[in-house]
Design a protein around this ligand. Structure first.
Ligand code: SER
Length: 339
């Protein structure tokens, strides 16, 4: 079996952790893992090469590209929505300029190798922007083409990069006399909030749900920064990794879009609290909404229509809300903090 080389940016982030564990199990893969900070011990040994560096450093990316033939690029590095509001200029540079650098690497590699390079990109429900709560309630399951008026720097960055990915796949240098050898096969999922039992997110606005769980498991009081009625879609980290896996493997002729919604369940913040209390009855969780972060969540959909992903590449979450807590989150989080 020939070995495939897979390049992962943002490898030390939450999705990076889950993805590296999964790819290492699959075997036959050399993982080149890059992050701004040194990689955690738990995933180091699973990687063929570890690069500590910045995706804004195009020289570093070019030198990596001369040393390896990438089969697939998972471009995970990003500043999430809350952090991006605090540093919008940096967010734009990392989320947009950084991605442009990676797309350039992908197109260079596709030319040199004379074949398609897959580019897997996690987008987000942050690309949506509902104008007010009333619209959010009546909108129901939002389709990929609706309500694309993000109000955060992060959401705007993600939406623009989705379009940029489409350009690199289909129209790159469309005026050239000679057709391009190779192609970037850009595929993206719009993730909801993600909850992992193993890692915590950093700088997101959907962080309230994972934080509530991890604080309860450590017996720490948690002041939730949203109203108890706030509702957005979530999924477990194993399902998020599964979505990336299924999309990466899907035959291209089956894909009718480049960007897909994926959903699992959509509890209110109070539903999340109640599920946590079932297993951690002593947990102290209060709701002290931060009106500004709350306003961001009020602009994100309460649910997404993921029928295209289900139809085209067989997307189906493994966990319902109840199963997510009883079979994955609670047992795994207890084990994590028992150590
Ligand atoms: N989890 C992300 C955030 O909260 C949304 O994609 O920023």
């Amino acid at each position: 079996m020939s070995v495939r080389t897979i390049f992962i940016t943002g490898a030390n982030g939450e999705i990076g952790h889950g993805l590296i564990h999964y790819l290492a199990e699959e075997g036959g893969i050399h993982i080149i893992a890059m992050d701004l900070v040194p990689l955690d011990k738990s995933i180091r040994a699973k990687c063929h090469r570890i690069v500590t560096g910045d995706i804004l450093d195009s020289h570093l990316l070019e030198s990596l590209s001369t040393e390896h033939d990438f089969d697939t690029i998972y471009h995970l590095a990003a500043l999430l929505s809350t952090r991006a509001e605090r540093q919008p200029d940096l967010a734009h540079r990392v989320n947009v300029d950084g991605t442009l650098n990676l797309l350039e690497i992908a197109i260079t590699q596709s030319r040199l190798q004379g074949r398609e390079i897959k580019f897997i990109y996690p987008s987000s429900i942050a690309v949506y922007g509902l104008p007010d709560i009333q619209k959010k309630i009546t909108a129901g399951k939002v389709k990929e083409t609706e309500w694309l008026h993000p109000r955060t720097m992060y959401g705007i960055n993600k939406l623009y990069v989705e379009l940029l990915g489409g350009y690199y796949s289909s129209y790159y240098r469309q005026l050239d006399a000679e057709p391009l050898k190779g192609r970037v096969d850009f595929r993206s999922v719009r993730f909801p909030g993600i909850i992992s039992a193993v890692t915590l997110p950093n700088g997101g606005t959907s962080d309230f749900a994972p934080e509530m769980l991890h604080f309860a498991a450590q017996n720490k009081k948690y002041n939730c920064f949203v109203r108890k009625d706030v509702r957005i879609p979530f999924m477990t980290m194993p399902d998020a990794i599964d979505a990336l896996r299924l999309l990466q493997k899907a035959p291209r002729e089956k894909l009718t879009r480049q960007v897909y919604n994926v959903g699992s369940f959509n509890p209110s913040a109070e539903d999340v609290k109640n599920l946590i209390l079932k297993s951690f009855p002593q947990a102290e969780i209060s709701f002290i909404p931060d009106p500004k972060r709350q306003a961001i969540l009020d602009s994100w959909p309460a649910d997404v229509d993921d029928s295209a992903a289900r139809l085209d590449w067989g997307w189906k979450p493994n966990y319902s809300l109840e199963d997510a807590f009883s079979q994955y989150l609670i047992p795994a989080v207890k084990q994590r903090y028992a150590k």
